[in-house]
Design a protein around this ligand. Structure first.
Ligand code: FES
Ligand SMILES: [Fe+2]
Length: 381
């Protein structure tokens, strides 16, 4: 039988990626910089995976909506009049105009082009001046619906009608974080960063604590030392990085005025977790905060990053909440500035002609886990 050959990676390169963790190498630089690979990722990964498009608290009432793009498909995530969250095509059934931009609340979506109107379930409810058209009945016209699923408050959507349900793929991840009540968290602040690297540069940076000794030597390293980080085995398309605190239990339990989520085990009170459901549901959890890194890839070398700071609903009434959130936003922003500097130098290196695959540390097990998944999704394994 003929071996399927990849024109982009040599057999040796693939062997290095798929080697056991203690012998493994990174992906080749082209995996990050090549337009061709990016296009293949769109087809084989992004169009076939579940992608996060919002959180349920962003759609609090009937008619609340977010307009976005799921790859090349404009979408509207909307809460309908029966309180169901739906993800609809945001393309008019008449001559394909985009129906709505941004976010807000409305019970009717009227196309700006010729004023056809749709309800919150995507049903066409008015099509002005169409009474002379033969065999046309607005009741036959409904915006296509995109598969969606709510997981722990995240609105997940996929363009693949055959994708396995998301929750069934991330059972291990779900179980690990039950005590954190992720679904009970609500977005309070959002920071935005235009990011000029391939999306995987950020995901990898997010998934390992090895770089605390370099990039965050004075910020994260004292509290979350690289050497204490652990990555459990996974049994699905996800990865967990556990960062136990290096501080005393007393310091670890001191979270300003934010109360830790009730029921969290004593030993986890100070632990920071960084998790990814591949390819890009990327979130950090602590006993008093959920931080969602929403990655919206735009080109091979650019994505929009929205960092959402979310707190448990029990903390919404704290008298000094705004001050607390200001302080948290400042810390998160400062740490991310350190990561931006790291990602910038990596990105320059990935684009250099002499760059070769590097050896992974065993402390980068989550990158290794994602690489194995990436190879198989890209049909290179
Ligand atoms: S394109 Fe929407 S009404 Fe014509
Ligand atoms: Fe970092």
């Amino acid at each position: 039988m003929r071996q399927k050959q990849s024109p982009l990676f040599t057999k040796d390169e693939i062997t290095r990626i798929s080697a056991p963790l203690d012998k493994a190498y990174t992906l080749p630089a082209a995996a990050y910089t090549s337009e061709e690979i990016y296009r293949a990722e769109q087809k084989k990964i992004f169009k076939k995976s579940w992608l996060p498009i919002g959180r349920i608290e962003q759609l609090p009432e009937a008619g609340s909506f977010i307009a976005a793009d799921l790859l090349d498909q404009p979408i509207i995530a909307v809460r309908d009049t029966e309180q169901e969250i739906r993800v609809l095509s945001n393309v008019c059934l008449h001559r394909a105009a985009r129906l709505v931009e941004g976010e807000g609340k409305q019970l009717k979506f009227t196309c700006p082009y010729h004023a056809w109107s749709y309800d919150t379930k995507g049903q066409l409810i008015a099509a002005p001046m169409m009474e002379t058209a033969k065999n046309f009945d607005i009741r036959d016209c409904k915006l296509p619906e995109i598969r969606s699923e709510i997981w722990e408050g995240f609105i997940m959507a996929t363009l693949d009608p055959n994708a396995k349900p998301f929750a069934s793929q991330v059972k291990g991840l779900t179980e690990q974080f039950t005590q954190y009540q992720i679904a009970e968290h609500v977005i309070q602040r959002t920071l935005e960063f235009d990011s000029n690297w391939n999306w995987k540069v950020l995901v990898e940076n997010f998934m390992e604590a090895y770089h605390h000794i370099g990039t965050h030597s004075t910020t994260l390293q004292p509290g979350f030392p690289s050497r204490q980080s652990r990555v459990p085995d996974n049994d699905g398309p996800w990865s967990i990085l556990e960062m136990p605190t290096g501080e005393s239990a007393e310091d670890a339990a001191d979270h300003g005025s934010l109360k830790p989520t009730p029921g969290i085990k004593e030993e986890d009170l100070g632990t920071l977790w960084a998790n990814v459901a591949f390819p890009c549901l990327t979130f950090a959890v602590q006993s008093d905060m959920l931080i969602w890194f929403q990655i919206i890839p735009r080109t091979v070398d650019n994505f929009l990053l929205k960092v959402h700071l979310c707190i448990h609903k029990q903390n919404l009434d704290l008298p000094d909440l705004q001050r607390q959130l200001d302080a948290s936003a400042e810390i998160v922003s400062f740490i991310h500035t350190e990561d931006i500097a790291a990602n910038d130098i990596v990105w320059r290196g990935l684009n250099a002609p002499l760059t070769t695959q590097g050896r992974l540390s065993t402390y980068e097990k989550s990158i290794w886990q994602m690489n194995q998944w990436w190879l198989s999704k890209m049909e290179l394994a």
